[in-house]
Design a protein around this ligand. Structure first.
Ligand code: PHB
Ligand code: FE
Length: 327
């Protein structure tokens, strides 16, 4: 059970404690506090940015490596346990000894994060939607809930999209509508001419059509698995709500429109690069960086992940170079 307060008499929101961290929200902000030296420090984030990061950390099971909510607060996945930190990867806090890290069993931190998400997400606010689509109901005193948005489960297709019995919500007109940003995306499926006898074994589908019907932003889904090689396309509008610190190399293939990436050192946050990706561009994101994407118009991006077990430890130990290509 999460360690939760009574609802605040004015705003209606509950506060939470997790280890020696405490979290509270008001009409516009979330305040996190932690012990540092002989005192207690606190940090404030806009509540909309906080909830967008929180819903992804929960839905992704703490993801690969680091999920920074901003430059101060975040989680590190230790696969079975999760470290929650404040200031640890901010050079100023860390050097001044004012940072704090506490490790939790994954179910314990997940439980608190889910309770916080449920209590702080008001009716009408969908933290997976683009800001222009979900409006400003996130602000103000507590009014209602939006369980459907925060408890969204990954859709699991039974077969490749388009095959009979696929159980996939995005493969035809009966599922999600085409997003307003993708009204010009061709909805026709490819023609497949199979050799006689192979009609039931050969199939192709229109990935652009599939992605044009995505109802969420910045939420990669796995569309193909070849051993540990995962193709995770996603549709992106506004800002990636987390600053992701990679614990392995990953590749980006820009499928449409344009995304600008701010790439910084994983440990200190010092700027490393700005990458402007246009359709057809391919980039390798090294294992020693953190990055955040900016997408002025909803764009299609293919994230190529390597899910090889034990990979994070091998990069951590310096056994593997953080760069996929030696120049
Ligand atoms: C990433 O961290 O590489 C990432 C995460 C979510 C996205 C895109 C990229 O939607
Ligand atoms: Fe990443």
């Amino acid at each position: 059970m999460p360690n939760a307060s009574e609802p605040h008499p004015t705003t209606g929101y509950t506060s939470f404690e997790l280890g020696r961290f405490s979290f509270s929200r008001d009409e516009y902000f979330v305040t996190v506090s932690w012990p540092a030296r002989e005192t207690q420090l606190s940090h404030t984030m806009p509540v909309d940015a906080f909830l967008r990061a929180l819903v992804r950390d929960v839905a992704w099971g703490f993801f690969y490596g680091w999920v920074n909510f901003d430059t101060v607060l975040g989680t590190r996945n230790r696969y079975g346990r999760v470290e929650l930190y404040a200031g640890r990867y901010d050079d100023s806090y860390h050097r001044a000894g004012l940072d704090y890290v506490e490790s939790f069993d994954t179910p314990q931190i997940l439980d608190t994060f889910q309770a916080m998400l449920a209590d702080w997400t008001n009716a009408g606010f969908d933290p997976f939607a683009a800001p222009a689509e979900t409006g400003t109901s996130v602000f103000g005193k507590k009014h209602g809930t939006n369980r459907a948005a925060i408890e969204r489960q990954r859709e699991v297709c039974k077969r490749m999209p388009g095959l009979p019995g696929d159980a996939c919500l995005r493969s035809d007109e009966s599922g999600y509508p085409v997003n307003r940003a993708f009204a010009d995306v061709d909805q026709t499926e490819p023609e497949v001419h199979a050799e006689p006898g192979f009609e039931h074994e050969v199939h192709a589908f229109n990935l652009f059509k599939y992605l044009s019907r995505s109802d969420v932003t910045w939420n990669p889904s796995v569309v193909s698995v070849c051993r540990n090689s995962l193709f995770c396309p996603t549709t992106e509008e506004h800002i990636l709500p987390v600053i992701h610190g990679n614990d392995r190399v990953e590749w980006f293939i820009q499928l449409s429109d344009q995304i600008t990436w701010q790439v910084s050192d994983k440990e200190t946050g010092r700027p490393r690069a700005r990458v402007i990706m246009k359709p057809g561009d391919v980039a390798a994101m090294p294992a020693d960086i953190r990055h955040q994407g900016f997408s002025p118009k909803r764009a299609m991006l293919l994230v190529w992940e390597n899910a090889t077990p034990g990979l994070a430890d091998r990069y951590d130990a310096g056994e593997l170079s953080p760069y996929p290509i030696a120049l």
